[in-house]
Write a protein that binds this ligand. Sequence first.
Ligand code: NI
Length: 439
Amino acid sequence: MDHLFYLHLFLLFFNLISFSSSSNPKSSIVTLGNYGYPSSSIKEEIIRVANATENVEWLKRIRREIHEYPELGYEEFRTSAVIRRELDRMGIGYRWPVAGTGVVATIGSGSPPFVALRADMDALPIQELVEWEHKSKIDGKMHACGHDAHVTMLLGAAKILQEFRDTLQGTVVLIFQPAEELGSGALRMMEEGALENVEAIFGMHVVHRYGIGTVASRPGEFLAGCGSFKAEIKGKGGHAASPQESIDPVLAASASVVSLQHIVSRETDPLQSQVVSVSSFQAGGAFNVIPDSAVIGGTFRAFNKQKLDLLKQRIQQVITGQATVHRCSATIAFHEEDHPLLPPTVNNERIFGIMHNVATEIVGEKNTHTAPCIMGSEDFAFYMDKIPGSFLLIGTRNERLGSVYPPHSPYFTIDEDALPIGAAIHAAFAHTYLISSTQ
Ligand code: NI
C-alpha cells in the first residue's frame, strides 16, 4: 500500500489519534467509541486485516478476474460463481440463486439484528479502450461502472467479518445483486427475500470525482429518482408536397418536445431540482414523405417520489395534449416492467451518522467530503425505499494511473487501492451498526 489508513478514535470530544496500519500498528490503543463500547481495537484490527499485503493482493486478483470477464444484467453466471467459490473457501453460508444470479450470504449469530451490505455485479455493453494486462476479454462488454470493484470490496468485507464473527452482535447479510444497470436487480432481489429480517442497509459506489483515499456522501436526499418514457405519436402519412392530405406526426412530436421543456421551467420550484430530457426522436426516412408516426423518448428525474409521480403524470398529459392539438393520437409507455420507476436515494439520518463516523475513522476527517446532490440514479434506492440505509461514494481518482474518467466511459478505470478501503468500511459499518442497535 502506498497510502496510509488513519484510524480516528472518537472520544467524547472527538480526540484524534492516527496510526498507520501498514507499518506501525499501535495495538495498545483501546478506548470507548461513540456508542460506549470498546470499538477501537476491533476497528484497528479490521483496518489491519484489510490492509495486509496478502489481503490486498487477493483483492486485486479477484477484481481483475471479474474485470476480465464482464457480464451484463442477469447474465452474471461466472461472476456469481467466483463469489460462491470465495464464500465457500471462507466457510460462509449463502443462498443462491436469488434473482437468477444473485447471492445472499450471512455471517454472525444468525439472530437479530440483521444488517445488510450490498454490491452490484453487472457490467455494461461497452468496448473497453483501456490498454492493460487485465483488459476485458469479452468483446463489447466492460466493467465501466466499477461493479467489479464493488463485488471485490464486499468479498473483502466478508473475509474480515468472518474472521471477527464471534464479535458480531447480530447477523450481517451480504447481498450480491444482478442487473443494477437495468434498474431492476434490487427489486427482484427484494421480491426473492433478500431483505428478510433486515433492518438497515449500506452500499457504496466508486467515483472518479473524488481522490483515492477519500469518501463522500450527504444526509437526506442524495441521488435523484428516475423514470423513462417512450411515446408513439400517430398521424397519417403522405406526400410531403401535399401536407393538407396528411396528418403530420413530426410536427406533433416537435411541439411535444418543446412543451415538455416547460414542465420544469414553468411548473416546478426553481429551488427543487428536476429534469425532463427528450433524448431520442425517430420519424420518417425520406425528405419527401410525411411519415405515419414519430417516436420520442427520454428521462425524467426528481429527488422526491411525489414529484417524480407528478412529472410522469404531466409528461403523459403534455404529449397526449400536443398530439390532440395536431390531430394525432399518442400512446405513452413508461417501461415499468423493464425499467421500473427508480425512487430517489435518500440517506436515513441515523444510518448516515453511523456510516459517516465509520468512514471518518477509516479515511480520516479531512478525506470525508460532503457530496452535492447528484442527478444520477442508483437502484440501491429500492432497498432504502423499504428500510433505512445509507449510500457512500468512494474515491478512485488518481491522475498518475489515469483513473479520471467518468463511469460508463470506455476509458473508465480505478485505483485498486480503493479495494481494501471499501472492504474495511463495509466491515466496520456492519460491526458498528450491530453494536449500536443492540445497546
Ligand atoms: Ni454503477
